[in-house]
Ligand binder design. Sequence first.
Ligand code: 1GP
Length: 252
Amino acid sequence: MNDQILKEFNKNRTAKKKLFAVLVDPDQLIEDRLRKVVEQSNNAKVDYFFVGGSLLLRNDLDQCLELIQANSDIPTVLFPGSSLQINDRADGILFLSLISGRNPELLIGQHVTSAPLLKESALEIIPTGYMLVDGGRSTTVSYISNTIPIPSDKDDIAVSTAMAGEMLGLKTIYMDAGSGAQKPITDSMISKVNQNINVPLIVGGGIKAPEQAVAVCRAGADVIVVGDAIEKDESLLTDMSIAIHSTTTVSS
Ligand code: 1GP
């Protein structure tokens, strides 16, 4: 089975090198705007495009992936809001189990219905424990998933949830404050989770400035995801990338 993306995540975690993923919401970034983001991402040496959204109103995922691949060699990883967002053009898929929530559909239900389709595809399947953390305001992902995020100051809940995810065999943990969160996940929570797991840690939600990305990296995130801020101003890409790629984890 193809496991190149996960291998890269693990290799870079061991080397304490950080990876930068740009989140592309196919509803928000279309045609010329998407082309610009892709071009700037190439120049800025972005590591991955994560593609998807909690709720897609347009049926543009295929065109979006096609445009990215026609203009870039950066690998594309599906970050699906539902099993409707599976597409063979991508290189991989975060096979998300929403372990911070108690909605069985998103813990195992959609996985059962999509497994036969995924088995036939060439996509790299990346089993991911997805944890929503409160980022100061209610987000689309929390509403659509019908789950309550982990309170931002409850580090112990986050640690226990991540540990359980790893013990269940999930290969990476994604802590997300949700797109457009008011504030990113705290350094304290990221650091404690990082110290208690051995799988790569993906962190996103509400990272709007390079300094915030640096804080998230220093706390121990391995893959840093930025979407909303880049949708608003793609010129941020260069500084964000430099900040992420030049920072390492600071052990406490
Ligand atoms: C959302 O983690 C991603 O699921 C990225 O969040 O859009 O706030 O950067 P932003």
